[in-house]
Write a protein that binds this ligand. Structure first.
Ligand code: GAR
Length: 217
């Protein structure tokens, strides 16, 4: 375990609007998170998240999934770009493609999912589809999950996870809005815990270590 003194260097991977990225920028600005976004990579050229990064002078790169005939070639291009930056954490914030894990990023890649993993997750469950599935199934609870990434979609040791109630009057939009607010909190807390060296992976579980000061007393 290492304790970070310099701001943690993060690569954000996304596919769309990038409201999660925006929230991260804002929380870094206020000092809530000791980190810096080193690069933003999108799987679509028209991802608005790229604009958000450019506006802040952060390198913004498109590696369009549709330009590659298979996941392997796409990931090779993605990793070629990623390797150009001294990144300590990769954050998948609305990244709708499979991230092929490489040894350098094991235990250093997190994903946020808008449901309570292992429910409503995996291939095909992304964005609004997740909330539609939650409403269709009639479950009373949903939530958000931040987890370390392994070789599978929406899989790997869970860092933080919180539930919220599905209301009678909920629509996909209202549910998405509440879940996304929760996601942003959990992403911020997870990244700050990672930056402080307070996350220990033990098999499929993550242990949250006490803050260094608490350990001394
Ligand atoms: C977020 O709600 C995120 O959890 C979800 O996409 C949204 C991205 O919004 N990700 C997934 O569904 C991945 N399985 P944004 O582009 O505005 O940040």
């Amino acid at each position: 375990m290492t304790t970070q003194t310099e701001p943690l260097q993060i690569a954000v991977l996304l596919s769309g609007n990038g409201t999660s990225l925006e929230s991260l920028f804002e929380r870094i600005d206020t000092g809530e998170i000791d980190a810096q976004i080193a690069v933003v990579i999108a799987s679509r050229e028209d991802a608005f998240g790229l604009e958000r990064a450019r506006k802040r002078g952060v390198p913004a790169i498109a590696v369009p999934r549709r330009a590659y005939s298979n996941t392997k070639d796409f990931n090779q291009a993605l990793h070629d770009e990623l390797a150009k930056y001294p990144v300590q954490l990769v954050a998948l914030l609305g990244f709708m493609c499979l991230f092929e894990m490489r040894p350098a990023y094991e235990g250093r890649t997190i994903n946020v999912h808008p449901a309570l993993i292992p429910a409503f997750c995996g291939k095909g469950y992304y964005g609004e589809r997740v909330h539609q599935a939650v409403l269709d199934k009639g479950v009373r609870l949903t939530g958000a999950t931040v987890h370390f990434v392994d070789a599978e979609y929406d899989h790997g040791p869970i860092i933080l996870q919180e539930a919220l109630h599905v209301l009678e009057e909920d629509t996909v939009e209202s549910l998405a809005s509440r879940v996304q607010a929760l996601e942003r909190e959990l992403v911020a807390r997870s990244i700050q815990l990672f930056a402080r060296g307070r996350l220990e992976i033990i098999g499929q579980r993550v242990r949250i270590l006490p803050p260094p000061d608490a350990a001394k007393s």
